[in-house]
Design a protein around this ligand. Structure first.
Ligand code: FES
Length: 61
């Protein structure tokens, strides 16, 4: 599934970038060697980042 249609960034690439330490959408774009264009995907990227933070918080408890 594509998260960013402008750059052809798939969900697995976003998840890999987040797992590798990306903490902001700009870092996800950088990890994918892309730049934001329409930025419609930024909200979805933030959801992946939030999901990762919650998983880490849960794991730390
Ligand atoms: S959908 Fe990602 S920049 Fe347009």
């Amino acid at each position: 599934m594509y998260v960013c249609n402008c750059n052809g960034i798939r969900e697995r690439e976003v998840r890999a970038a987040v797992a590798a330490g990306a903490s902001r959408p700009a870092e996800i774009f950088k990890a994918c060697d892309a730049k934001p264009q329409c930025a419609r995907c930024v909200c979805d990227m933030r959801e992946y980042l939030q999901e990762q933070r919650e998983a880490l918080r849960y794991a730390a408890e």
